[in-house]
Design a protein around this ligand. Structure first.
Ligand code: IVH
Length: 685
């Protein structure tokens, strides 16, 4: 046997300790000290050493998160203290009642202090630590017995394999590691938390499922459950599970007085605690915070489905006790569901700007998350087939943020046998031309370029923000103008007959005058906006900017060959072919000439230095003298990106007056907040 050099042992120990600590700084304190690359280097070094010296094997090494051999079934284990569920409330009045009830049981009129937390939409687990080591992890199961998922839980990077011991001397320990004073390390500790998957990880996981011809998960919760309950933990290891801890079961050696103190202690011991928890507040403040959280909900990178209100004082919790199912000292104030069941009354087909036919479900109107939903997109023929959606089906519909509602799945048990299978029409429902579905494509298209449905959508796109941005030429008016024969192409916008417009239903001299002014104003247009407005396939706002930057003028682009376009960074073969095809067609050339002849002036965007390359900005509130669109353009011109929501990836939040909840989220996530003046300084550097 090889003799192990003491230096090697020391090195391995030091690396293990440092990596445990960096995990803690990263996941729990959200404040990493080293770059990801540095962390990876240390991890690689440790892996190499452990491979060279297998005698140094330690199951709790930071390297051992890859999963264990597959199981044939899960073992079960009894929770020392049952994992109860929570009573639900759906209105402020129920929360006030809860507070009144609580005071009555406690025979007090004094304000009770509560700690409130986001209710995470994942699945509950219990982790048992003995002598600082994670020994068992289990699911909630039926509350009394859970399934043992230790190997799976060990793969979650934010789960400490060893308790964090802040006061132990270590050459790697820096300042500000919490505590400082001596704290008992519990001999035994049961912690409870919620395992979940974030939105971005959920999307890429589902993409991967589809690539592998596997059924995608219906929502992040299902994906988290499916990932945690894997008999083969090496599969779990590849799933981006996360965890927040919110409570304890049985424990020794700790003297805890309140729930908030419990959470802080857990944090010091290395457990990740949600940053949106509000400690020690009155019931009125809790009700107010519910609204704040509900506003923030759409900005968070993970799902929450309500707020949990907990009596903070642990001796009061004891006095209140539990019912058979739930504690009397806590209640879940649920948000309005973002998913509801309803019935598909019919399916019809919409024709888009590029002729793509989109099947749309007409639903029995239903309130989802506070908005009435009447229609849901069914995406395309394959989606309908994959989900086996039929007319008359009872379905689960979902609204997520601002996106169009969609059908998640069919509730098959509600089928009565009268449901009808939907077939994509063979002809365009608007112009009657034959529709085509190309080999390998999911989209079915109407290929009649003069189809009125396509024309209307093309014109709407042409006048939209980011394109000609014609104020007052909204969707309804476009439809009216096309139906009245006043617009047969988007070029006609610049030749509209004022008298005829005036005579149209719901118009009049003033509206017609306003429209004429807006059209006149739109005639000065940046080259990239002009390109985007044309509605060339595959040329969205981003590609239009790339092409405008490269070719500078319309004439240059018209003269460019497919090869010259293809080699532009960010373009490629498909875009090149599409652009060339578009400009080759005589109808398109004629329309462009008519636009130019109407005195539309296309100006070149001046190339700024790309000082903000790859920086992510979020805008909130009203800026001093810039519209959000102007600020967005300036940031993008300097190479930055503007995102709609704040996350850990946000570099700066630009806050104007009356900022929204994005600002408080930025503070919670420690994102740098700047004002307009600072932004302008950054842009002029
Ligand atoms: S406390 C006895 N806190 O909600 C108190 N639960 O309906 C039990 N949950 O099974 C739980 N976030 O999965 C608590 N901040 C939070 C929570 C939370 C999500 C889940 C948990 C539990 C279910 C109870």
């Amino acid at each position: 046997m090889k003799e192990i050099d003491a230096d090697i042992v020391n090195k391995v120990n030091a690396l293990r300790k440092a990596l445990h600590r960096h995990n803690y700084l990263y996941y729990v304190l959200d404040n990493p000290e080293v770059s990801d690359a540095e962390y990876d280097r240390m991890m690689q070094e440790l892996i190499a050493l452990e491979e060279a010296w297998p005698e140094l094997y330690d199951p709790d090494s930071p390297t051992s998160r890859v999963g264990a051999p597959p199981l044939s079934e899960f073992q079960t284990i009894a929770h020392s203290i049952p994992m109860l569920s929570l009573g639900n409330a759906f209105a402020d009045s129920e929360i006030i009642d809860f507070d009144r009830r609580t005071k009555k049981i406690l025979k007090t009129e004094d304000d009770i202090l509560y700690t409130v937390e986001p209710k995470l939409d994942g699945l509950a687990v219990e982790l048992v630590y003995e002598k600082s080591k994670l020994i068992v992890a289990s699911t909630r199961g039926d509350g009394v017995n859970g399934e043992v998922v230790t190997a799976n839980v060990r793969t979650i990077r934010s789960v400490p394999l060893l308790l964090h011991t802040p006061t132990m001397p270590s050459p790697f320990e820096g300042e500000g590691m919490g505590g400082g004073e001596k704290r008992n390390i519990p001999l035994r500790l049961e912690v409870r938390g919620e395992v979940f998957i974030g939105h971005e990880a959920f999307r890429s996981l589902n993409e991967e499922q589809l690539n592998q011809k596997l059924a995608p998960f219906a929502n992040p919760r299902n994906a988290a459950a499916g990932s945690l309950r894997q008999l083969d933990s090496s599969i779990t290891a590849m799933r981006p599970l996360e965890i927040f801890f919110y409570g304890v079961g049985e424990f020794t050696d700790l003297k805890l007085k309140s729930h908030w103190e419990t959470l802080q202690t857990l944090r010091e011991l290395g457990f990740r605690i949600n940053p949106l928890i509000r400690p020690e507040i009155t019931i009125k403040e809790a009700v107010d915070y519910y609204k704040t959280l509900e506003d923030k909900r759409h900005l968070l990178p993970y799902d929450i489905d309500g707020m949990v209100i907990k009596v903070d004082n642990l001796s009061l919790q004891m006095k209140l006790g539990n019912t058979s199912r739930s504690p009397r000292w806590a209640i879940a104030y649920k948000f309005k569901a973002m998913q509801e069941t309803t019935r598909i009354l019919n399916i019809d087909v919409q024709v888009g700007r590029t002729g793509v036919l989109t099947p749309v479900a007409h639903l029995q109107p239903v309130s989802v998350g506070g908005a009435i939903v009447r229609r849901a997109t069914l995406h395309n023929e394959d989606e309908i087939e994959r989900k086996d959606i039929r007319i008359g089906d009872t379905v689960l519909v979902q609204r997520a943020g601002d996106v169009i509602p969609e059908v998640v799945k069919v509730i098959e048990s509600k089928r009565t046998g009268v449901e009808r299978i939907f077939h994509m029409p063979r002809n365009c429902p608007v112009c009657g031309s034959i529709v085509i579905r190309a080999k390998g494509e999911t989209a079915t298209r109407c290929i009649n370029a003069t189809c009125l449905a396509q024309l209307k959508e093309r014109i709407k796109h042409f006048s939209s923000k980011g394109a000609f941005d014609i104020d007052g030429l909204g969707d309804k008016l476009v439809e009216q103008l096309v139906d009245n024969g006043l617009l047969a192409s988007y070029a006609d916008i610049f030749y509209l007959d004022a008298v005829k417009v005036e005579d149209m239903e719901r118009m009049g001299p003033r509206s017609a005058e306003k429209l004429a002014c807006a059209i006149e104003k739109s005639k000065k247009i940046k080259f990239n906006c002009f390109l985007y407005a044309l509605g060339i396939r595959h040329v969205g706002e981003h590609v239009a900017k790339i092409l405008a930057r490269e070719f500078k003028t319309l004439d240059n682009l018209l003269l460019a060959t497919a090869e010259q376009i293809e080699v532009v960074e960010g373009a490629g073969f498909v875009i090149a072919e599409s652009v060339i095809n578009f400009f080759k067609q005589n109808t398109n050339r004629r329309v462009i000439s008519r636009i130019i002849d109407s005195n539309v002036c296309i100006f070149q965007t001046v190339e700024k230095e790309r000082t903000l390359e790859d920086k992510v900005f979020v805008l909130t509130g009203t800026l001093e003298d810039l519209t959000r669109n102007q600020a967005k353009e300036m940031i993008e011109a300097a190479g930055g990106r503007v995102s709609g929501s704040v996350s850990r990836k946000t570099d700066y939040v630009v806050a104007g007056s009356s900022p929204g909840s994005k600002l408080s989220l930025a503070k919670d996530l420690d994102v740098e907040i700047i004002d307009q003046a600072t932004l302008q300084k950054m842009l002029s550097l």
